[in-house]
Design a binder for this molecule. Structure first.
Ligand code: F6P
Length: 537
């Protein structure tokens, strides 16, 4: 990508643009900068764009190798160049009639077999036919995994709570903080608990240690080795390591090296969700994601939702210098979405070099943060409204609630829309002044308070409306963010599918652990040395 385009965008960002004035002179921008795809409605009219800026941003996408990269991804090419891997999570949600081949392997059949295994176990568990070692049906599933092997199923299980049809309670254990496993097994009975060890590599320390701790809990509570074989399942691409751990081969569901961890919800990593929803609704999740894939593949750039979100993102990051992006679901059930998208976006695009290893001169992924509205309004929205920091935000609202409190839902929606309106239009000093006077304040009060009460406005946001938070629309929403991240990776020319940065901390923790556990002595920098001493004392 020529640096001239980026310089031009930076220059454009310096030109004054008043959103309130733009709406006043052209109310039609609300229709023009809006789009519906797979039932999801995106209003991006409250962004710092004009027709001219938008055309320039679209040119950025046109001049990029997006079309080629997209074709490569959907064809299963090895676009993860540092690991020589395909990036083919989209294959997992394609209809099983589509014939997919990779390096001579029949991918479609492998996926179909994996689904069949998942469906069989789901049916057995949901019909109380899978009996534990004492002959009682399974009542609880403990899912052990971390990062991409946890965040997706955990977020989606939470999001689709109203669709739960399973008698089996699902529990998640990720962190190596011993409090997690301690809490998870509280109240559980090993005789009625099934354990799933979810690790693509089957080498992740947290997952292995938590799995070992739970296995010990089984042994300490009356289970023997045969019982463990019956109660432990895994999903991994490292069959050997899973087998060495003691998982019997017929209990190992496949993972493939062509599916990145943070893109793996659609594989057997989605098992908890399949269990909770039942097979038909799980397929709806896949169908929603597939519909978004089709939209991403087919829609022209100007009408392509992932492309639009990606371009708006680079506009703020690279031209306006924004460093963070708020994800604000106005949905209690979507409250884990920001944590999920954090990994998706920040682990994919938080890179310092381009795909050839050259230092990047451009900033890449923003800090993703957020929580369910309206909670944030009473916590951090103050900063969004009045601080000098510019934080673009995505507001996400399901139109149909999953409960009967319709008045609550109208109030929730009112707050969602009011926040985007307030961020966009702000409140001028004159308006704040008049407000104080209208409330009976003196002219002196008005002059003193107006600067505090005024809000600058001109703060950008997107609003995404989902017809309802169903498996289908959740699938489409997740795929939307996946493709947004992909497009940005292409625009920045980075490999969005490796994550070498997380390795150093893992490497350094080993010798520190050896010292802490008295196995070996090592020398560290003075600060680390001192912290170790304090911990040991
Ligand atoms: O350490 C980062 C990471 O590799 C993530 O990319 C991945 O989702 C997570 O760890 C878990 O990895 P695994 O599934 O191999 O245990």
């Amino acid at each position: 990508m020529s640096s001239a385009v980026w310089s031009e965008l930076r220059a454009l960002a310096k030109q004054p643009l008043d959103l309130r004035a733009e709406f006043a002179k052209d109310p039609a921008r609300a229709e023009r900068f809006a789009l519906e795809a797979c039932g999801i409605n995106l209003d991006y009219s409250k962004n710092l764009i004009t027709d001219g800026i938008w055309q320039r941003l679209l040119t950025l996408a046109e001049q990029s190798p997006l079309a080629q990269k997209k074709a490569q991804m959907f064809a299963g090419d090895k676009i993860n160049n540092t690991e020589q891997r395909s990036v083919w999570h989209t294959a997992l949600r394609a209809p099983l009639t589509v014939d997919l081949q990779l390096d001579g392997a029949d991918i479609s059949s492998e996926i179909a077999d994996c689904h069949a295994q998942m469906h069989q176990l789901v049916t057995q568990l949901n019909n109380a036919q899978y009996l534990g070692y004492s002959g009682e049906p399974i009542t609880d599933l403990v899912w052990i995994g971390i990062g991409g092997s946890l965040l997706g199923p955990q977020m989606a299980v939470e999001a689709l709570t109203p669709y739960n049809v399973s008698p089996v309670q699902i529990h998640f254990a990720g962190n190596i903080d011993g409090a997690v496993v301690t809490d998870v097994v509280k109240g559980l009975d090993p005789a009625t608990t099934l354990v799933f060890v979810a690790s693509k590599s089957f080498g992740t320390e947290e997952t292995k240690q938590n799995a070992l701790a739970i296995r010990q809990w089984f042994l300490d509570n009356g289970a023997d080795k045969n019982a463990i074989a019956r109660h432990f399942w895994a999903t991994s691409s490292n069959i050997k390591a899973a087998a060495e751990f003691g998982i019997v081969p017929e209990h190992i569901l496949p993972m493939w090296d062509w599916v990145g961890g943070r893109y793996s919800l659609w594989s057997a990593i989605g098992f908890p969700l399949c269990l909770m929803l039942g097979v038909t609704q799980f397929q709806q999740l896949l169908a929603g994601a597939y519909a978004m894939d089709q939209h991403f593949v087919e829609a022209p750039l100007a009408e392509n939702m992932p492309v639009i979100l990606a371009l708006l993102g680079v506009w703020y990051i690279n031209a306006h210098g924004c460093q963070s992006h708020a994800l604000l679901p106005y949905s209690h059930y979507l409250r884990l979405l920001p944590s999920y998208v954090q990994q998706l976006d920040m682990e994919s695009n938080g890179k310092g070099v381009d795909s050839n290893g050259n230092s990047l001169s451009l900033a890449t992924a923003p800090v993703i943060w957020g929580d369910a509205g309206t909670n944030g309004q009473h916590a951090y929205h103050q900063l969004l409204h009045q601080s000098a920091l510019a934080v673009p935000a995505d507001f996400i609202l399901p139109i149909q609630p999953a409960h009967d409190l319709t008045d609550h839902h109208k109030r929730l929606a009112a707050h969602c829309f009011a926040q985007t309106q307030a961020l966009m239009q702000g409140k001028t000093i004159a308006e704040a002044h008049a407000e104080v006077l209208a409330a009976g304040g003196s002219a002196e009060d008005a002059a003193r308070l107006a600067p505090h009460k005024a809000s600058p406005g001109n703060k950008p946001s997107n609003t995404l409306l989902l017809p309802e938070l169903s498996p289908y629309y959740l699938g489409a929403l997740i795929a939307l963010y996946e493709h947004k991240v992909f497009v940005q990776g292409v625009l920045w020319d980075i490999n969005s599918f490796d994550q070498w940065g997380v390795e150093l901390g893992k490497q350094l923790s080993t010798p520190i652990y050896q010292v802490l556990s008295g196995q070996q002595q090592h020398q560290f920098d003075a600060s680390t040395q001192r912290l170790i001493k304090l911990f040991q004392r």
